[in-house]
Unconditional design. Structure first.
Lengths: 209, 284
């Protein structure tokens, strides 16, 4: 169970709260949709859940304890909206996948549907955005996470690629019992993929508290 | 020239990349030539011939002779060699200091980053040449002191550039992803930072050379630099001052011009290397 209990977060002590007392639960193998307008703090919440950002107050726990990122991969893996920003432009796809600690065999054994072998020795700019997003998904799955937070992962892709990526993600996560938090401003998409939808309304701008 | 640019001939000197590479290669060859010629001219630079004193440029002595009848071409070449050696040493030390400080700022962040930023601002706020003179004086003069003084005053600009680039890399999404994969700061420094800083580091180091060479000449001119017995360009210029009024223009003009040409060449190597490694910034 991934839980956020009364999480507060702001970017700097003089800034207004971006997250104010957020509670959220995702059970193992469950697909939860997180919906809300732009600027509502969805991405911030996603980053807090994955340990990129530390909450100012409250706790994020996996099975009751706070995950330690230092010891191996974080149990909550975040897949980001812009695939090209999530891979070092100087690395080949193979190197980006190997950064998970996966050996050559594990990388070679990846499903072609996810990562084609011909991509492995190319650089991120040499494959398309949709293909790179599949690489990012593969990278997250290679770490054998407990949860995947998908932050608008298909927002910049065409409808066909969008459907393919979501089908891949849901199929893999269902097979491995991985919980998914699907973050999007697109309610129709979430209704399609998620079993339950949580709405995030932006924190009213009260200034610094 | 514009006609040559308008009609690119791939593979020959037509396209820009080949031209830049050719230019860098040529400049490197000339600078190496100066180094070799300066080493070979070492003895000739010190040989006096009192029968040939204060001669103007001629077929026999292209750059003329000085008050002791020493050949000025040999002295200029030997002086350039010394300037280049001092410049290379000072630039290399400076660049390593810059790299260490910028990496420490990026890897440790927080207090270390602020301290490095403050140190850079402090050194940039102090008048460059005054600090240089003070340091050379405090270190007791001589070649070692010049290298140390130039090295200690030239790291801040490069540090600032490298620190900026390092911060950009450290705040990127791909570094956040690597952290999420459980990678520590040293791993990130080795695998992400090193690659992204190499280009800036190489170009920055090459562009430090001209500064270092000019400041070595300035210090030697002021009498705080290399041993006056050695022919450095600064010392040649300082010695020439007394004879300028007597009309011995070649003593100052020709070595001065040569220094200018070598500095411009090294600068061209740096700028063109930047154009090759980072074409985007070159067009800004």
């Amino acid at each position: 169970m991934l839980r956020a209990d009364d999480v507060w977060f702001r970017y700097g002590s003089a800034q207004p709260w971006t997250l104010a007392g957020v509670d959220l639960q995702v059970a193992d193998g469950e697909v939860v949709g997180l919906c809300g307008p732009s600027g509502g703090g969805k991405s911030t919440l996603a980053r807090v859940l994955a340990g990129h950002l530390r909450p100012d107050r409250g706790r994020v726990t996996v099975d009751g304890s706070e995950p330690r990122a230092r010891r191996g991969p974080h149990p909550v893996q975040l897949v980001l909206q812009h695939p090209e920003r999530a891979v070092d432009p100087r690395w080949t796809i193979r190197r980006a996948l190997a950064a998970t600690g996966a050996g050559d065999d594990a990388i070679a054994a990846l499903d072609e549907e996810l990562v084609r072998p011909t991509w492995l020795d190319r650089y991120p700019h040499e494959i398309s955005g949709g293909e790179l997003q599949r690489v990012n998904l593969a990278r997250a799955l290679l770490t054998r996470p407990r949860f995947v937070v998908a932050d608008e992962i298909t927002a910049s892709l065409d409808a066909v690629t969008q459907a393919r990526i979501w089908a891949l993600l849901l199929e893999r996560c269902r097979a491995a019992g991985i919980g998914v938090l699907a973050v999007s401003h697109d309610r129709l998409l979430l209704e399609e993929v998620a079993g339950r939808i949580v709405d995030r309304t932006p924190v009213p701008d009260r200034g610094p508290a | 020239m514009s006609a040559a640019v308008a009609v690119p001939v791939p593979g020959r000197l037509g396209d820009r990349r080949t031209r830049t590479l050719a230019y860098v290669g040529l400049a490197v060859l000339v600078v190496l030539g100066v180094l070799v010629a300066g080493t070979l001219a070492g003895d000739a630079a010190q040989t006096t011939d009192l029968a040939d004193r204060n001669l103007g440029p001629s077929a026999e002595h292209w750059f003329g002779t000085d008050r002791l009848g020493r050949d000025m071409l040999a002295r200029t070449l030997a002086g350039l060699r010394l300037s280049l050696v001092v410049g290379v040493a000072a630039a290399a030390v400076s660049a390593v200091v810059a790299l260490l400080l910028a990496s420490a700022a990026a890897v440790f962040g927080g207090v270390v980053d602020r301290a490095v930023g403050w140190l850079v601002d402090l050194f940039l706020a102090l008048p460059h040449l005054v600090l240089l003179v003070l340091l050379a004086f405090a270190l007791g003069g001589g070649t070692g002191a010049v290298v140390a003084a130039v090295a200690l005053t030239h790291w801040p600009t490069l540090t600032r550039v490298l620190r900026g680039r390092a911060r950009e890399v450290m705040s990127s999404d791909y570094v956040a992803v690597s952290r999420q994969l459980g990678r520590g700061r040293w791993w990130i420094a080795r695998h992400h930072l090193a690659g992204h800083l190499t280009g800036h580091f190489v170009v920055g180091t090459v562009l430090l050379f001209p500064h270092a060479i000019l400041h070595e000449a300035a210090l030697s001119f002021l009498g705080l630099g290399v041993d006056p017995g050695q022919p450095s360009i600064g010392i040649l210029l300082a010695e020439s001052m007394r004879y300028l009024t007597a009309g011995a223009w070649w003593l100052a003009v020709l070595p001065g011009l040569c220094l200018l040409v070598v500095v411009k060449l090294v600068d061209a190597i740096g700028e063109n290397t930047r154009a090759l490694l980072d074409p985007r910034s070159h067009h800004l």
